[in-house]
Design a protein around this ligand. Sequence first.
Ligand code: NAP
Length: 285
Amino acid sequence: MIKLGIIGYPLGHSLSPVMHKAALDYLGIDGKYSLIETKPEDLIDTIKRLKVEGYKGFNVTIPLKVWITPLLNEVDDYANLMGSVNTVIIKENKDLVGYNTDIIGFINSISDEQRKKLKSRKAAVFGVGGAARAVAVGLAAIGLGEIIFYARDTEKAAKIKDMMNLNFPDIKIRVRQFTDYPDLSHVSIAINTTPIGMKGDYIGISPISKRSVESLPEDAIVYDLVYNPEETRFLQYAKEKNLTTINGIEMLVLQGAEALSVWIDKEPPVNIMREAVLKSLEQNG
Ligand code: NAP
Protein backbone atom coordinates (compact mmCIF):
# COMPACT_ATOMS: atom_id res chain seq x y z
CA MET A 1 0.00 0.00 0.00
CA ILE A 2 1.25 3.47 -0.91
CA LYS A 3 0.84 6.05 1.83
CA LEU A 4 0.51 9.72 0.89
CA GLY A 5 -0.93 12.79 2.61
CA ILE A 6 -0.92 16.52 3.11
CA ILE A 7 0.58 18.42 6.03
CA GLY A 8 -0.38 21.95 7.10
CA TYR A 9 -2.78 23.76 9.40
CA PRO A 10 -5.74 24.11 9.16
CA LEU A 11 -6.63 21.53 6.50
CA GLY A 12 -10.43 21.43 6.74
CA HIS A 13 -11.19 22.52 3.17
CA SER A 14 -8.39 20.75 1.29
CA LEU A 15 -9.47 19.18 -2.00
CA SER A 16 -6.24 17.17 -2.27
CA PRO A 17 -7.53 13.97 -0.59
CA VAL A 18 -10.50 13.55 -2.98
CA MET A 19 -8.37 14.41 -6.01
CA HIS A 20 -5.51 12.02 -5.18
CA LYS A 21 -7.72 9.19 -3.91
CA ALA A 22 -9.73 9.32 -7.15
CA ALA A 23 -6.49 9.08 -9.13
CA LEU A 24 -5.11 6.16 -7.08
CA ASP A 25 -8.40 4.26 -7.37
CA TYR A 26 -8.58 4.85 -11.13
CA LEU A 27 -5.02 3.60 -11.59
CA GLY A 28 -5.79 0.49 -9.49
CA ILE A 29 -3.18 1.45 -6.89
CA ASP A 30 -3.83 0.38 -3.32
CA GLY A 31 -3.16 3.62 -1.50
CA LYS A 32 -4.34 6.19 0.97
CA TYR A 33 -4.02 9.97 1.09
CA SER A 34 -4.43 11.40 4.59
CA LEU A 35 -5.03 14.84 6.05
CA ILE A 36 -2.24 15.29 8.60
CA GLU A 37 -2.89 18.54 10.50
CA THR A 38 0.50 19.85 11.56
CA LYS A 39 1.38 23.15 13.23
CA PRO A 40 4.90 24.54 12.71
CA GLU A 41 5.99 23.45 16.23
CA ASP A 42 5.02 19.84 15.39
CA LEU A 43 6.66 19.69 11.98
CA ILE A 44 9.80 17.74 12.94
CA ASP A 45 7.82 15.12 14.89
CA THR A 46 5.34 14.69 12.03
CA ILE A 47 8.10 14.13 9.51
CA LYS A 48 9.80 11.56 11.74
CA ARG A 49 6.46 9.78 12.08
CA LEU A 50 5.80 9.76 8.33
CA LYS A 51 9.25 8.24 7.72
CA VAL A 52 8.74 5.55 10.39
CA GLU A 53 5.24 4.73 9.07
CA GLY A 54 6.56 4.22 5.55
CA TYR A 55 4.96 7.19 3.77
CA LYS A 56 6.03 7.60 0.14
CA GLY A 57 5.47 11.35 0.09
CA PHE A 58 3.27 14.25 1.04
CA ASN A 59 2.00 17.65 -0.01
CA VAL A 60 2.81 20.69 2.07
CA THR A 61 0.49 23.65 2.52
CA ILE A 62 0.04 26.80 4.58
CA PRO A 63 1.83 27.59 6.90
CA LEU A 64 4.61 25.05 6.29
CA LYS A 65 5.70 25.63 2.68
CA VAL A 66 8.76 27.66 3.74
CA TRP A 67 9.26 26.08 7.20
CA ILE A 68 9.89 22.69 5.65
CA THR A 69 12.77 23.76 3.38
CA PRO A 70 15.65 23.43 5.94
CA LEU A 71 14.53 19.86 6.69
CA LEU A 72 14.98 18.65 3.10
CA ASN A 73 18.03 16.91 1.63
CA GLU A 74 17.42 18.23 -1.88
CA VAL A 75 15.04 20.57 -3.73
CA ASP A 76 14.22 20.91 -7.43
CA ASP A 77 15.03 24.09 -9.37
CA TYR A 78 11.54 25.56 -9.07
CA ALA A 79 11.40 25.00 -5.29
CA ASN A 80 14.83 26.60 -5.05
CA LEU A 81 13.67 29.66 -6.99
CA MET A 82 10.48 29.98 -4.94
CA GLY A 83 12.09 29.25 -1.56
CA SER A 84 9.01 27.12 -0.87
CA VAL A 85 7.92 23.54 -1.35
CA ASN A 86 4.48 21.98 -1.87
CA THR A 87 5.45 18.37 -2.62
CA VAL A 88 7.93 16.04 -0.90
CA ILE A 89 9.02 12.51 -1.74
CA ILE A 90 10.53 10.28 0.96
CA LYS A 91 13.20 8.18 -0.72
CA GLU A 92 14.06 4.60 0.25
CA ASN A 93 17.05 5.82 2.30
CA LYS A 94 14.60 8.27 4.02
CA ASP A 95 16.10 11.35 2.38
CA LEU A 96 13.53 14.05 1.65
CA VAL A 97 13.37 15.71 -1.78
CA GLY A 98 11.19 18.81 -2.20
CA TYR A 99 9.41 20.14 -5.29
CA ASN A 100 7.26 23.12 -6.12
CA THR A 101 4.61 21.90 -8.55
CA ASP A 102 2.53 25.13 -8.45
CA ILE A 103 4.69 26.64 -11.21
CA ILE A 104 4.20 23.67 -13.55
CA GLY A 105 0.50 23.61 -12.64
CA PHE A 106 0.20 27.25 -13.66
CA ILE A 107 2.20 26.87 -16.91
CA ASN A 108 0.26 23.76 -17.96
CA SER A 109 -3.08 25.48 -17.29
CA ILE A 110 -2.35 27.80 -20.22
CA SER A 111 -2.69 26.12 -23.63
CA ASP A 112 0.22 25.92 -26.12
CA GLU A 113 -1.60 28.29 -28.45
CA GLN A 114 -2.22 30.82 -25.66
CA ARG A 115 1.41 30.57 -24.58
CA LYS A 116 2.61 31.35 -28.10
CA LYS A 117 0.40 34.45 -28.21
CA LEU A 118 1.70 35.63 -24.84
CA LYS A 119 5.37 35.69 -25.85
CA SER A 120 6.93 39.15 -25.23
CA ARG A 121 3.54 40.52 -24.10
CA LYS A 122 2.59 42.23 -20.80
CA ALA A 123 0.95 40.65 -17.76
CA ALA A 124 -0.79 42.32 -14.82
CA VAL A 125 -0.64 40.35 -11.56
CA PHE A 126 -2.80 41.35 -8.59
CA GLY A 127 -1.23 40.36 -5.26
CA VAL A 128 2.34 39.51 -4.30
CA GLY A 129 2.05 36.47 -1.99
CA GLY A 130 3.20 32.88 -2.46
CA ALA A 131 0.94 32.17 -5.44
CA ALA A 132 2.08 35.37 -7.18
CA ARG A 133 5.68 34.12 -7.01
CA ALA A 134 4.71 30.86 -8.73
CA VAL A 135 2.78 32.81 -11.35
CA ALA A 136 5.72 35.17 -11.96
CA VAL A 137 8.18 32.32 -12.52
CA GLY A 138 5.61 30.62 -14.77
CA LEU A 139 5.13 33.79 -16.83
CA ALA A 140 8.90 34.14 -17.23
CA ALA A 141 9.13 30.50 -18.38
CA ILE A 142 6.37 31.14 -20.94
CA GLY A 143 8.35 34.13 -22.29
CA LEU A 144 6.28 37.17 -21.32
CA GLY A 145 8.10 40.47 -21.82
CA GLU A 146 6.84 42.37 -18.80
CA ILE A 147 4.99 41.83 -15.52
CA ILE A 148 3.27 44.62 -13.60
CA PHE A 149 2.56 43.65 -10.00
CA TYR A 150 -0.26 45.45 -8.21
CA ALA A 151 0.43 45.28 -4.46
CA ARG A 152 -0.91 46.90 -1.32
CA ASP A 153 2.43 46.10 0.35
CA THR A 154 5.03 47.43 -2.07
CA GLU A 155 7.93 46.28 0.16
CA LYS A 156 6.75 42.69 -0.26
CA ALA A 157 6.46 43.35 -4.01
CA ALA A 158 10.06 44.60 -4.07
CA LYS A 159 11.18 41.15 -2.86
CA ILE A 160 9.47 39.40 -5.79
CA LYS A 161 10.91 42.01 -8.12
CA ASP A 162 14.43 41.30 -6.79
CA MET A 163 13.95 37.52 -7.12
CA MET A 164 12.73 37.94 -10.70
CA ASN A 165 15.44 40.42 -11.73
CA LEU A 166 18.10 38.09 -10.38
CA ASN A 167 16.80 34.93 -12.06
CA PHE A 168 15.07 36.27 -15.17
CA PRO A 169 16.88 39.43 -16.26
CA ASP A 170 15.12 39.41 -19.67
CA ILE A 171 11.66 40.08 -18.25
CA LYS A 172 10.82 43.62 -17.16
CA ILE A 173 9.23 43.87 -13.70
CA ARG A 174 7.24 46.87 -12.48
CA VAL A 175 5.43 47.41 -9.21
CA ARG A 176 2.32 49.55 -8.78
CA GLN A 177 0.15 50.35 -5.78
CA PHE A 178 -2.99 48.18 -5.70
CA THR A 179 -5.88 50.21 -7.12
CA ASP A 180 -9.45 49.48 -8.17
CA TYR A 181 -9.01 51.24 -11.50
CA PRO A 182 -5.79 50.19 -13.25
CA ASP A 183 -5.65 50.89 -16.98
CA LEU A 184 -5.07 47.47 -18.56
CA SER A 185 -5.31 48.49 -22.20
CA HIS A 186 -1.74 47.25 -22.91
CA VAL A 187 -2.04 44.00 -20.96
CA SER A 188 -2.49 40.56 -22.57
CA ILE A 189 -3.13 38.56 -19.42
CA ALA A 190 -4.55 39.80 -16.09
CA ILE A 191 -4.20 37.43 -13.14
CA ASN A 192 -5.78 37.58 -9.69
CA THR A 193 -3.53 35.95 -7.09
CA THR A 194 -5.30 37.53 -4.10
CA PRO A 195 -8.09 35.73 -2.21
CA ILE A 196 -10.56 38.45 -3.30
CA GLY A 197 -13.57 36.69 -4.83
CA MET A 198 -13.15 33.51 -2.78
CA LYS A 199 -16.02 31.86 -0.91
CA GLY A 200 -16.39 33.48 2.51
CA ASP A 201 -15.83 37.14 3.30
CA TYR A 202 -14.62 37.95 -0.23
CA ILE A 203 -17.36 36.26 -2.28
CA GLY A 204 -18.97 38.41 -4.98
CA ILE A 205 -16.11 40.93 -4.95
CA SER A 206 -13.64 41.56 -7.79
CA PRO A 207 -10.04 42.65 -7.11
CA ILE A 208 -10.49 45.40 -9.71
CA SER A 209 -13.43 47.35 -11.12
CA LYS A 210 -15.54 46.30 -14.09
CA ARG A 211 -14.26 49.41 -15.87
CA SER A 212 -10.66 48.13 -15.58
CA VAL A 213 -11.57 44.67 -16.86
CA GLU A 214 -13.29 46.40 -19.78
CA SER A 215 -10.08 48.29 -20.56
CA LEU A 216 -8.37 44.98 -21.54
CA PRO A 217 -7.85 44.30 -25.26
CA GLU A 218 -10.28 41.90 -26.99
CA ASP A 219 -7.74 39.04 -27.17
CA ALA A 220 -6.71 39.26 -23.50
CA ILE A 221 -6.90 36.37 -21.03
CA VAL A 222 -8.38 36.89 -17.57
CA TYR A 223 -7.15 34.34 -15.03
CA ASP A 224 -8.36 33.91 -11.46
CA LEU A 225 -6.41 31.59 -9.17
CA VAL A 226 -9.45 31.38 -6.90
CA TYR A 227 -11.16 28.00 -7.48
CA ASN A 228 -14.18 28.31 -5.19
CA PRO A 229 -16.49 29.57 -6.62
CA GLU A 230 -15.61 28.37 -10.12
CA GLU A 231 -16.76 31.66 -11.59
CA THR A 232 -15.73 34.68 -9.53
CA ARG A 233 -17.00 38.22 -10.03
CA PHE A 234 -13.67 39.05 -11.77
CA LEU A 235 -14.28 36.26 -14.31
CA GLN A 236 -17.92 37.32 -14.72
CA TYR A 237 -16.79 40.83 -15.72
CA ALA A 238 -14.40 39.25 -18.25
CA LYS A 239 -17.09 36.96 -19.69
CA GLU A 240 -19.45 39.91 -20.12
CA LYS A 241 -16.76 41.39 -22.40
CA ASN A 242 -16.27 38.02 -24.20
CA LEU A 243 -12.69 37.70 -22.97
CA THR A 244 -11.02 34.31 -22.55
CA THR A 245 -11.13 33.19 -18.92
CA ILE A 246 -9.29 30.57 -16.86
CA ASN A 247 -10.32 29.69 -13.30
CA GLY A 248 -8.17 28.29 -10.47
CA ILE A 249 -9.37 24.70 -10.87
CA GLU A 250 -6.96 23.92 -13.73
CA MET A 251 -3.89 25.01 -11.77
CA LEU A 252 -5.10 23.15 -8.68
CA VAL A 253 -5.62 19.92 -10.63
CA LEU A 254 -2.44 20.22 -12.70
CA GLN A 255 -0.18 20.93 -9.70
CA GLY A 256 -1.77 17.84 -8.10
CA ALA A 257 -1.12 15.77 -11.23
CA GLU A 258 2.51 16.88 -11.21
CA ALA A 259 2.82 15.94 -7.52
CA LEU A 260 1.36 12.51 -8.22
CA SER A 261 3.88 11.94 -10.99
CA VAL A 262 6.67 12.66 -8.46
CA TRP A 263 5.37 9.84 -6.22
CA ILE A 264 4.24 7.19 -8.69
CA ASP A 265 5.60 5.92 -11.94
CA LYS A 266 2.38 6.32 -13.94
CA GLU A 267 0.70 8.99 -16.05
CA PRO A 268 -1.67 10.92 -13.72
CA PRO A 269 -5.35 10.67 -14.80
CA VAL A 270 -5.96 14.43 -15.04
CA ASN A 271 -9.60 14.13 -16.17
CA ILE A 272 -10.46 11.87 -13.23
CA MET A 273 -8.74 14.25 -10.83
CA ARG A 274 -10.61 17.26 -12.29
CA GLU A 275 -13.95 15.41 -12.10
CA ALA A 276 -13.32 14.54 -8.44
CA VAL A 277 -12.54 18.18 -7.60
CA LEU A 278 -15.61 19.50 -9.44
CA LYS A 279 -17.86 16.92 -7.78
CA SER A 280 -16.54 17.77 -4.34
CA LEU A 281 -17.00 21.51 -4.93
CA GLU A 282 -20.56 20.85 -6.15
CA GLN A 283 -21.42 18.72 -3.11
CA ASN A 284 -19.74 20.83 -0.45
CA GLY A 285 -20.05 24.27 -2.01
P1 NAP B 1 -0.81 34.82 0.31
O1 NAP B 1 0.60 34.37 0.30
O2 NAP B 1 -1.47 35.17 1.61
O3 NAP B 1 -0.91 36.10 -0.67
C1 NAP B 1 -2.10 36.80 -0.90
C2 NAP B 1 -1.80 38.12 -1.61
O4 NAP B 1 -3.05 38.79 -1.80
C3 NAP B 1 -0.92 39.07 -0.78
O5 NAP B 1 -0.13 39.84 -1.63
C4 NAP B 1 -1.96 39.93 -0.07
O6 NAP B 1 -1.49 41.22 0.26
C5 NAP B 1 -2.98 40.08 -1.20
N1 NAP B 1 -4.28 40.47 -0.67
C6 NAP B 1 -5.05 39.78 0.21
N2 NAP B 1 -6.18 40.45 0.46
C7 NAP B 1 -6.11 41.60 -0.27
C8 NAP B 1 -6.95 42.72 -0.42
N3 NAP B 1 -8.12 42.79 0.23
N4 NAP B 1 -6.56 43.73 -1.23
C9 NAP B 1 -5.39 43.66 -1.89
N5 NAP B 1 -4.53 42.62 -1.79
C10 NAP B 1 -4.89 41.61 -0.99
O7 NAP B 1 -1.76 33.74 -0.35
P2 NAP B 1 -1.39 32.78 -1.60
O8 NAP B 1 -0.90 31.49 -1.08
O9 NAP B 1 -0.57 33.56 -2.53
O10 NAP B 1 -2.86 32.48 -2.18
C11 NAP B 1 -3.62 33.53 -2.76
C12 NAP B 1 -4.88 32.99 -3.43
O11 NAP B 1 -4.53 32.12 -4.50
C13 NAP B 1 -5.79 32.15 -2.51
O12 NAP B 1 -7.13 32.44 -2.83
C14 NAP B 1 -5.47 30.73 -2.87
O13 NAP B 1 -6.56 29.86 -2.65
C15 NAP B 1 -5.20 30.89 -4.36
N6 NAP B 1 -4.30 29.84 -4.85
C16 NAP B 1 -4.79 29.01 -5.83
C17 NAP B 1 -3.97 28.02 -6.34
C18 NAP B 1 -4.51 27.12 -7.38
O14 NAP B 1 -3.91 26.06 -7.62
N7 NAP B 1 -5.58 27.47 -8.04
C19 NAP B 1 -2.66 27.84 -5.88
C20 NAP B 1 -2.19 28.73 -4.89
C21 NAP B 1 -3.03 29.72 -4.39
P3 NAP B 1 -0.63 41.46 1.61
O15 NAP B 1 0.70 40.87 1.32
O16 NAP B 1 -0.63 42.93 1.75
O17 NAP B 1 -1.37 40.75 2.70
